[in-house]
Design a protein around this ligand. Structure first.
Ligand SMILES: C[S@@+](CC[C@H](N)C(=O)[O-])C[C@H]1O[C@@H](n2cnc3c(N)ncnc32)[C@H](O)[C@@H]1O
Length: 404
């Protein structure tokens, strides 16, 4: 191919690629539609492939519209179409040869979209596709501008540096307090991730809570208590405290081995041998993280206690450009046994998810962000921790264990 043809080929690829961004929302919307219709649940409940007629009459759908939804999702590996061969008895009983028909079956991806499955992510899709969570995305440019008064306000449409607050009138946690249904959506979504993440964490860190004697672990910002219940089950002898805002713990289900405590992590955290925080610190800026981590340090014994942080950790450098704004800290933190090993360079998918989460923090929180190891090191040191280790897991979160 000559240079001109190569250039033209590249242009065609770019022109094709741009549609992904023009219609980027389509994937989420169609997946949400499939969950609302209960397609994954119905296919899961059947022992065999389901024809379009069977599916549309079971779900009360228009066959032609449902066909188009299924065609879209099959093209993305969500559901699969297989040929249905009539059973031998049916073939023998039939007087006329029947044309082969096709039917739909689940795939590993669609199995994650059932409403209540052990690994279901449906509640997470429902949360992120809710009008409350979608509205802040339309105000992202206003969140990025140095001054909300500069530029075209109609275009940026954001009078606050917090896009969620600009869209919904309150920050995400005050909004959740005022809207119990939305709060439940958040807690259900977080529980979905917890059910995926905790087994991966335990596999990566089998001695995470094997401390001396009887151990109490407090899960700070633990939501409905799913995580701490799983930790307590995995580590016999460990007692769990699920600590979250009063409106969250007041409706959390009773869980064996778990005591729910309501409060504000910026004021006081219940005493424990270990503090666990998953997807909490990324909701906050550095100053707020340092305050929370200082309260964590006060909650644990100086000699034997530790803080365990489960968060995505972003790769440090891209093309020589350092992510984040935190300058490299003086290395007064003893990084014991750091096992990060450039995980994200080798695991592009996890890096992609980390970058998406970082954008979610920008859209949904005032100062939240995903951090590099260097940025974590900065906040841990500023909060008075002297050493830490980092362990990657098969989930998007890595585990940081920090000691005072
Ligand atoms: C992103 S969710 C993470 C939930 C849970 N750790 C998980 O990963 O499944 C953040 C949690 O922090 C809680 N939270 C926010 N502000 C808090 C505060 N000031 N004190 C205690 N918890 C707080 C929220 O209610 C929410 O449950």
């Amino acid at each position: 191919m000559d240079a001109k043809s190569i250039r033209r080929r590249q242009e065609v690829d770019d022109e094709d690629g741009i549609w992904k961004y023009v219609f980027g929302f389509t994937e989420m919307a169609v997946v949400k539609c499939a969950i609302e219709l209960g397609i994954p649940d119905f296919l899961e409940s059947q022992q065999q492939a389901v024809t379009l007629d069977q599916l549309s009459s079971a779900l009360g759908c228009s066959p032609s519209a449902l066909y188009r939804i299924m065609r879209f999702l099959i093209n993305r590996g969500i559901f699969k179409e297989v040929e249905i061969t009539p059973s031998t008895e049916a073939a023998l009983a039939s007087t006329t040869p029947s044309a082969p028909t096709s039917g739909y079956v689940q795939t590993p991806l669609s199995a994650l979209l059932t409403r209540d499955g052990e690994k279901s992510m449906a509640a997470f899709v429902r949360l992120e596709s809710s009008p409350v969570m979608l509205a802040p995305w339309l105000k992202l440019s206003g969140r990025v501008l140095l001054s909300s008064s500069s530029g075209d306000n109609n275009l940026h449409n954001c009078s606050s540096s917090d896009a969620f607050e600009a869209a919904n009138g309150k920050d995400v946690w005050r909004y959740a307090e005022s809207d119990p249904a939305h709060s439940k959506l958040i807690e259900d979504a977080m529980a979905c991730h917890a059910r995926m993440a905790v087994p991966a964490i335990i596999q990566a860190c089998p001695d995470l809570l094997l401390l001396h004697g009887e151990v109490v672990v407090v899960d700070v910002g633990g939501g409905d208590g799913t995580t701490v219940e799983m930790l307590v089950k995995a580590f016999p002898g460990v007692k769990g405290i699920n600590f979250d805002l009063p409106h969250v713990v007041s409706v959390a289900p009773k869980r064996p081995g778990v005591h729910h405590v309501g409060g504000n992590m910026f004021q006081r955290i219940p005493k424990a041998d270990a503090v666990f925080l998953m997807w909490v610190l990324h909701d906050w800026g550095d100053e707020e993280c340092i305050q929370i981590l200082s309260k964590c340090r006060e909650a644990i014994p100086e000699e034997t206690g530790k803080v365990i942080i489960a968060e995505a950790i972003l790769t440090e450098i891209i093309n020589g450009y350092e992510l984040g704004t935190i300058p490299r800290m003086k290395n007064n933190t003893n990084t014991k046994n750091s096992k990060l090993q450039e995980k994200d360079h080798n695991n592009n998918n996890s890096y992609e998810v980390g970058l998406m989460l970082d954008m979610v923090m920008m859209a949904h929180t005032g100062n939240g962000l995903e951090r590099t190891e260097k940025q974590w090191s900065h906040v841990l040191t500023a909060a008075g921790f002297k050493s830490y280790t980092v362990t990657p897991t098969s989930d998007v979160v890595s585990i940081i264990q920090a000691w005072p």
